[in-house]
Design a protein around this ligand. Structure first.
Ligand code: AMP
Length: 280
């Protein structure tokens, strides 16, 4: 199997996408920050099954979604390994631009968000969705693919991107795929490599406690409170949130709610772990 083509510039990615489109092919994008694991690869697979004829994976660790105190400098990066792993998938090319290509000197635009971007992750990381929306909007307009896929693993992010694409009339179909998990239920994440041998088994409890909350017959507030205490008892050092929300808006569950989502983010030391599942 030959090496995957790697595109470093906007001009190069557009040329390739234009050539595929001229052949009548449907093109899909999988945006990632690299350090690829089976969760990322499942998105490639899902996009293929959803009808993409050609699939591009973007690898870009986006500085604008990290606060100064966060792990931008230490975020795991291994492009050679990522390219090797992608060769065994349906991926047809990789877009791996430099930071200067994405944010040239004088870059001065921000995206301001409301709706599903409010609360939850934004309470802990106020800069985060603005940075994510900016890079996703840029990647979509740079590559001009027909489809782009995002994981339910980052459920709030998925809703934010769906809203942004709709609000800004981006000519792209946003799709999603379910969470890939380790054998004990821990959602796969590039940041799981930060977990120590002592933290790793505790991390596995997150999914068990999430499921219990999602399936609980108790009133919502009580189910949430029980989940919080269970997390602290299991050894999590802090619970950012453990909540059941309207699955479409992420607002508190109301009479008009038709679908619910249970979401937890809890910390083990410096490592933040996210998980979510339906709670109907
Ligand atoms: P990241 O590289 O962490 O920015 O993630 C890139 C994409 O992969 C996002 O759409 C994530 O939601 C998705 N993703 C990350 N982990 C998983 C997982 N365990 N299962 C499915 N999708 C995932």
């Amino acid at each position: 199997m030959s090496a995957l083509p790697v595109f470093r510039t906007i001009a190069d990615i557009r040329r390739q996408v234009g050539a595929w489109r001229a052949d009548g092919l449907k093109i899909g994008l999988v945006p990632t920050m690299g350090a690829l694991h089976e969760g990322h690869l499942s998105l490639v697979d899902a996009l293929h099954r959803q009808g993409a004829d050609r699939i591009l994976v973007s690898i870009f660790v986006n500085p604008k979604q990290f606060a100064a105190h966060e792990d931008l400098d230490t975020y795991p990066r291994d492009e050679a390994r990522d390219l090797e792993v992608l060769r065994t998938t349906q991926t047809n090319g990789v877009f791996a631009p430099s930071a200067a290509e994405i944010y040239p000197q004088g870059f001065s635009t921000k995206i301001s968000l409301q709706g599903p971007a409010l609360g939850l992750e934004s309470d802990e990381r106020p800069h985060f969705f603005s940075g994510v929306a900016l890079i996703v909007c840029k990647l979509l307009t740079q590559s001009q693919t027909d489809m782009a896929i995002f994981g339910e693993k980052d459920y709030q992010q998925l809703l934010v991107i769906r809203h942004m694409a709709r609000d800004l009339d981006l000519p792209v179909e946003i799709t999603s795929a379910p969470i890939m998990r380790e054998a004990d239920g821990l959602a796969m994440s590039s940041r799981n490599v930060y977990l120590t041998d002592i933290q790793r088994p505790i991390a596995g409890q997150l999914n068990i406690i999430l499921r219990r909350m999602a399936e609980s017959d108790l009133p919502i507030e009580q189910a949430e409170a029980e989940a919080k205490s269970a997390l602290l008892e299991a050894g999590f050092t802090r619970v950012d949130y453990a909540t059941i929300r309207d699955a479409e808006t992420l607002e508190a569950v109301s009479d008009t709610t038709t679908k619910r989502r249970a979401l937890i983010t809890a910390r083990l030391g410096d490592v933040r772990l996210l998980d979510n599942m339906p709670a109907d």
